[in-house]
Design a protein around this ligand. Structure first.
Ligand SMILES: Cc1ncc(CN)c(N)n1
Length: 225
């Protein structure tokens, strides 16, 4: 992504946070094959609730869109998350005897709620597309980075129970979506005033930190499923 200077600088600045994500108990155990099914199931449930709410961030973005290109970006991102990213997760949930409809009434854990509130705040109160994309980007890009790293470091992870999920996020389809998303963010953030660019960087960083807190949370399973 060296041809995307704004986005590359964001990623470089936050790599230490993403490294910390890789070191969390949940991802370490996933990598070495010792993650309990309770933890994994709990992660899938929490993440399903997260992705449901995540969709609403695009809705806020759309209310501020001033071009058809921006509308199409939100639409394509939303459909990627809901149609591609959802498939593997739903298959796992099914294996646990859970249907999507069964989990909708569950409360979000505080770390999850805090992350979503941060993104919604950026999309609702920011000036426009740049802020909305900055809020959504760490979610997308950090997963691509994390799971590619995990797979490179421990290729045997693909033969574990969690292999399908790892391969999804480390694979070319997800990578292409990340690239498209990053290009759009680069365009939205090009030519911003220094003040607004700084606010965008702060949103991206805050959301990277929330990704870390989400992984930390996942080491302890929910007790209500
Ligand atoms: C919390 C979280 N962050 C990121 C992703 C990957 N889009 C996800 N599914 N969930």
């Amino acid at each position: 992504m060296t041809d995307l200077p704004f986005v590359s600088a964001l990623v470089q600045a936050d790599l230490p946070v993403w490294e910390q994500c890789l070191q969390t108990e949940f991802l370490q155990k996933m990598e070495n094959g010792t993650l309990s099914e309770d933890c994994f199931k709990s992660y899938l449930v929490e993440d399903s609730l997260y992705l449901r709410e995540y969709a609403k961030i695009f809705a806020w973005g759309m209310t501020k869109a001033t071009t058809m290109a921006a509308m199409r970006t939100y639409y394509s991102l939303l459909s990627f998350v809901q149609e591609n990213e959802d498939l593997t997760r739903l298959r796992y949930l099914e294996e646990y005897g859970l249907r999507e409809a069964d989990i909708q009434s569950l409360p979000l854990r505080p770390e999850n709620r805090a992350y979503l509130d941060c993104m919604i705040d950026a999309a609702r109160n920011g000036e426009g597309e740049a802020e909305c994309l900055m809020a959504c980007l760490p979610c997308m890009l950090s997963y691509g980075w994390l799971f590619q790293k995990l797979l490179q470091r421990s290729p045997a992870v693909k033969d574990t129970y969690y292999g399908a999920l790892v391969l999804d996020y480390a694979g070319p389809g997800y990578d292409a979506a990340c690239r498209a998303w990053a290009e759009r963010a680069e365009a939205a953030c090009t030519g911003l005033s220094p003040e607004r660019a700084a606010r965008c960087r702060a949103i991206f960083h805050a959301c990277s930190e929330h990704e870390l807190h989400f992984w930390e949370m996942c080491a302890t399973p929910r007790t209500d499923i």
